[in-house]
Write a protein that binds this ligand. Structure first.
Ligand code: SF4
Ligand code: SF4
Length: 457
């Protein structure tokens, strides 16, 4: 079998989508009841949900919420993207950083990286996702490594960045080894669209090499990186096809390495400078929510990320049906935290501050979290999956969310968020099932009030 077909079989996907057209109520309910057992779904079962009539979407949302609560609990992890450079040699039709755009280009110096890191720490962030365009001359791997080292070295007040996730262009095993050695969290790389003819039509430059992109995660595994993020840019091709291909890619990684994807990302196309605004496969708000629910049902243990590309109302619903991580108060231009707003990659739909995002999450009764514990304790790859797959990770997520929220309330919150946050902390601390962990959490909350930081399970 060709390597591409091991990852996903295009003909099979098209056939499954055709064969499962107009599924009966009985078929849909059977799939939902299997999904609630949290062992995942086959491609065929996922296709049944994809083809389900919109009147069953609420049923899907309910099952997805049950699974999310069971596996991850009520926590929602926050991070910020840091755009380090907008130099790019590629011409991706959908991206404002493409080489055709005669915009001003900027890459941060290491001192600017440090300055941006300080701004982000002062907003309350503990996790960053680094974004670079692809430019071997301006942003070679050694520059990327220096940037990560500088970020980890910064201490600002009582805060620091504890996990750096990275999104760089597909590269070699050798380069991935360097990323592994410097201590990255997740390596994220999106296929954008799995549909090869569309992919090849939309890309020019080194990224146009479809196989370089599709096999990159295998090279990262080979280099020892075991937290991998997959994603699709929704709107480039038919969402039904791309969602099944994404699920299939996740199943392939799980089967081959015993470690499924750490995260799925579900960005939708957004308007950007010099990018056409009409696309034939636009995904509606209702459809993106359905996609999130289907991914949660089909691959229950994989974290799911939504960005500030989406409006607060879509994000709110998405948190309830499957999203476990979200960006907050993002800026998509290099050096943009504080200034430089004109160099951005695309337009954002949620421009609220971290404090406002946290307040919204608290108002939903959910638990905002800045936790980075798994990565710090070496609970990555197979070790992480061994806890996440049986649905036990929430036993760590809840107390760690409580402790990191407490840090935020002590160091950065407005008075109203502090009041709401303390109430949520009391509520969820009382709901920690293990008496031992509950008591340790209470004791650590006092230590945080007394000035200690970075306590975790
Ligand atoms: Fe460059 Fe990435 Fe934008 Fe493509 S999507 S133009 S590779 S920054
Ligand atoms: Fe993520 Fe692990 Fe923290 Fe849970 S305990 S929020 S899985 S780092």
């Amino acid at each position: 079998m060709s390597k591409i077909r091991e990852i996903f079989d295009s003909e099979k996907i098209e056939k499954l989508l055709e064969e499962t057209k107009n599924p009966t109520e009985n078929q849909i309910m059977q799939v939902l009841s299997k999904a609630e057992k949290m062992k995942g779904l086959s491609l065929e079962e996922s296709a049944v949900l994809i083809n389900a009539d919109p009147k069953y979407t609420e049923n899907m949302f309910k099952s997805a919420w049950k699974i999310k609560k069971e596996i991850y609990g009520e926590r929602l992890v926050l991070f910020a993207p840091l755009y380090v450079s907008n130099y790019c040699v590629n011409d991706c039709e959908y991206c404002g950083f493409h080489i055709r755009n005669k915009m001003k280009r900027k890459k941060l110096s290491l001192d600017e990286v440090e300055q941006q890191t300080r701004v982000l720490i002062n907003m309350g962030h503990k996790r960053l996702l680094l974004e670079f365009g692809e430019h071997p001359g301006e942003t070679p791997i050694d520059y990327v490594i220096d940037v990560i080292k500088r970020i980890y070295s910064v201490k600002e007040g009582k805060g620091d960045i504890r996990r750096v996730n990275v999104n760089i262009a597909a590269t070699s095993v050798e380069d991935y080894k360097k990323l592994k050695d410097v201590g990255i969290g997740t390596y994220q790389l999106f296929q954008e669209t799995y549909h090869r003819p569309t992919y090849e039509k939309l890309h020019k430059g080194p990224k146009a090499d479809y196989e370089r992109q599709l096999f990159a995660h295998d090279r990262a595994f080979e280099a020892g990186i075991d937290d991998i993020g997959l994603g699709v840019l929704y709107g480039l091709y038919d969402w039904r096809y791309d969602t099944l291909a994404l699920i299939s890619h996740g199943q392939y990684l799980d089967k081959k390495y015993g470690v499924g994807p750490h995260t799925f990302s579900v960005p939708r196309l957004q308007p950007a400078e010099t990018v056409k605004d009409k696309w034939p496969h636009t995904v509606s708000e209702k459809e993106i929510l359905k996609i999130i629910a289907i991914l949660r049902l089909s691959t229950p243990y994989t974290g799911m990320i939504i960005s500030t590309r989406e409006t607060p109302s879509v994000r709110k619903k998405a948190f309830e049906i499957g999203i476990s991580q979200t960006s907050a108060a993002s800026c998509t231009s290099p050096g943009g935290y504080g200034r430089q707003k004109d160099l951005k990659q695309f337009t954002l739909s949620d421009e609220r501050s971290v404090d406002e995002v946290i307040e919204g999450i608290l108002d939903e009764g959910l638990l905002p979290s800045f936790c980075t514990a798994c990565y710090r304790l070496g609970r990555t790859g197979q070790d992480f999956m061994d806890i996440a797959k049986p649905g036990e990770i929430h036993n760590f997520c809840r107390p760690n969310a409580i402790l990191t929220l407490k840090e935020y309330l002590e160091d950065y919150a407005s008075p109203s968020v502090k009041e709401k946050g303390e109430a949520i902390i009391t509520h969820y601390t009382n709901h920690i099932p293990s008496e031992d962990v509950r008591e340790k959490t209470k004791e650590r909350l006092i230590r945080i009030e007394e000035g200690e930081r970075d306590l975790y399970f």
